[in-house]
Every structure is written in C-alpha cells, then in structure tokens.
Design a protein around this ligand. Structure first.
Ligand code: ADP
Length: 337
C-alpha cells in the first residue's frame, strides 16, 4: 500500500478510515504528512458529495465503481476515483478508495480547448471582413472607383493579417513539435544585432525612434543557432519599436562571469507588473485591439520563448508602465575569453 503512488484509503463499515497511505495523507492533510487520517470519518477528510454517493453505490451493489471527481483542496484538482468493496459481492462492507490524480491532463485539455477557441476567434475577424467587402464589391461597389479601391485595400490588409497568423501558427507548431533543428555554432552578438539593425532601423526611424546597438569592448561570442537567434531578436526589437511612442530602442550586451545577457531595452509604454508573468502565453496581449492595430498576432513571444528554450536559454522581462521595458535573454555557460 505504501508503494502505491496514488492516494489510497480503506474505509471501514462504520465510515471511518482504517488505512491511509502517505500520498493520501499528503493530499488530504494539505501537505502535512504527519497528521494521520486513521480513525477519522472519510467525509470529514474529503468533502465531496459525489464521492459519498459513489461509495454508497459501491457498497450497495458490491461492485467496483469509477468516476472522475473534482475536489477543492482548496485549489481545484481532478481525480479519477476507483472504489472497490473489500470483499467482492458483499454488500455494506469496507471499501478501498483509490484517487488517481488527473489534474494535469485536465489542465492540458482546457488549454487545448482555449487555444482552439482563440485561433478560431482570431481567424474569424479577418475572414468576415474579406467576405463582407468582396460581397459589397460584387454587389455594385466595384463601379465606384474610389470606394472600390478602399475596399480592396481593406481586403488586402485582412488577408495579410490572416497570412501572418497562419505563418506564426505554423512556426509555433513546428517549434512545439520539436521539428526545428537547432544547429549551434559560434556567433558574435555584434553580428546578430547588426542583422537586426539593418532590417528594422528604417521602421524605427519612421516612428522617430533612436535605434541603437551598444556593445562592450571586444566582441561577445557564444554558441547559438544563428538564424534562430536573429529571429528571436527581430521579434523582440519589433515589439520594442511597436510599443514605444518616443525615445529609444537599444540592443545591448551584459557580460557576467559565466554567462552573457543580451537585452532589448525600450522607453515605451511598458507592461503592468501583474501581467509580466503572462507574456509568452499564446495570444496573450496587454491590449488586444492595440496589438491587432499594430499588426501583431499575439504569438511572437510564445515563439520566442520556445526558440530560447530549444537553445537552453532563459528570458527575463523587466518593465515599468509608462517608462519602458527590458527583455533580457540569459545565455548560460559562456566562458570569458
Ligand atoms: P504581439 O506583439 O503580436 O501582440 P507578442 O507575443 O509579441 O504579440 O507580445 C504579446 C504582448 O506583450 C503584446 O501584445 C504587448 O501587450 C506586450 N509586449 C511585448 N513586448 C512589449 C514591449 N517591448 N513593450 C510593451 N509591451 C510589450
């Protein structure tokens, strides 16, 4: 009984617990494994009317029963509960109750359902716009040239949006499935940042931002998948530009004893403190309509997080609302040369 990883209780005829294994003590005594459950009434220990009726049923029929049970301990948990009468076929006798923890499976299922709902919602908006404007054009608006061009532009904008969404989803699924091969070679921070600067400096200038790269003396080298690393910093720098109204975006390096930190720092709108930990969740945005307006899909940071993890790196986000944000990519095990 002690070796059973699931929580196990044996309940006597008088409804008192006769045997409880360690897992049961941990779960139902809120982590205090010392508090024994033996001698207590089972309904004092697990407060769940569903469980009471299951136990009654097993006792009345003398047959084993199993069901999924939701309990609050006080946090929500799910168990697959199996109850067998101790002596098969005898009614009203002792029963063995086994609790198999299915909380994680349930949470994953919930995440999957949420994800499907989110994707459908994200796709629906541009599709509705494309459909609507195409119909309007076919219904005669095509002959009104100025308006027709405006409608076509809207169709174009929304199809681009759909395209970005599909591309990000494909990318995300490829990294999540582990289909993306990480090929590490020695790279220089200066080289990565130069690439990002070339791609984005025009966009930053168009928004009147000072876009700069600051490197410490002597180049900082580390092992990385070059293209994926460029992709990470393009994403981070793009966000910095998008969410900064005025001031600067800076790409830089901090060298520690055995690690390197590459950061993207901006003087933008910042992120409310209580939401920082949620960044990187798929489709999580501080301000969804603003993100969409700026062409975002809400998947950028989720992709970044996976690309970092695939290389064994971490991300830290420091931010202050109205002041700015600093996203720090921590690359461990870099020895100084
Ligand atoms: P997107 O940029 O497409 O909305 P991301 O996954 O890249 O999606 O980012 C998620 C959210 O995180 C953004 O919508 C924004 O609210 C917030 N965010 C990311 N980077 C920054 C930043 N540098 N400054 C302020 N907010 C940011």
């Amino acid at each position: 009984i002690r070796a059973v990883p699931d929580a196990l209780l044996i309940i006597g005829k008088d409804d008192r617990i006769e045997i409880a294994n360690e897992t049961a003590r941990e779960i139902f005594r809120g982590g205090d494994a010392s508090g024994d459950l033996v001698g207590l009434y089972y309904y004092e220990v697990v407060r769940s009317p569903q469980l009471y009726s299951l136990i009654d049923r097993a006792r009345e029929t003398g047959e084993p029963v199993a069901e999924e049970l939701r309990v609050e301990l006080p946090e929500e948990r799910f168990y697959r509960v199996m109850i067998s009468p101790l002596r098969f076929g005898e009614k009203g006798d002792s029963a063995v109750v086994l609790f198999h923890d299915t909380t994680q499976i349930r949470m994953l299922e919930r995440m999957r359902t949420d994800f499907v709902a989110n994707v459908s919602h994200e796709i629906k908006t541009p599709v509705t716009a494309i459909k609507g404007f195409a119909e309007t054009l076919l219904d005669g608006a095509i002959d009104d040239r100025d308006n027709a061009i405006h409608f076509l532009r809207t169709i174009q904008k929304n199809s681009e949006r759909l395209n970005r969404l599909v591309e990000d989803l494909l990318m995300l699924s490829r990294v999540e499935l582990g289909e993306i091969q990480i090929m590490k070679e020695e790279v220089a921070a200066g080289d990565i940042f130069e690439h990002v600067r070339e791609t984005l400096s025009e966009r930053a200038a168009a928004r009147g931002l000072d876009f700069r790269v600051s490197l410490p003396e002597g180049d900082s080298r580390f092992m990385a998948d070059r293209n994926r690393t460029i992709q990470i910093f393009l994403n981070l720098a793009e966000n910095a530009i998008k969410f900064t109204e005025s001031g600067s975006v800076e790409l830089g390096v901090e060298r520690g004893y055995d690690r390197i930190i590459l950061y993207v720092r901006d003087t933008g709108i910042g992120i409310p403190g209580d939401l920082i930990s949620r960044l990187g969740e798929r489709f999580f945005r501080v301000d969804p309509s603003r993100s969409r307006e700026l062409g975002g899909t809400g998947l950028g940071l989720a992709i970044v997080k996976h690309l970092l993890r695939a290389q064994g790196w971490d991300m830290e986000i420091r931010s202050e609302e109205g002041k700015g944000t600093e996203v720090r990519v921590v690359i461990p095990n870099v020895t100084r040369k």
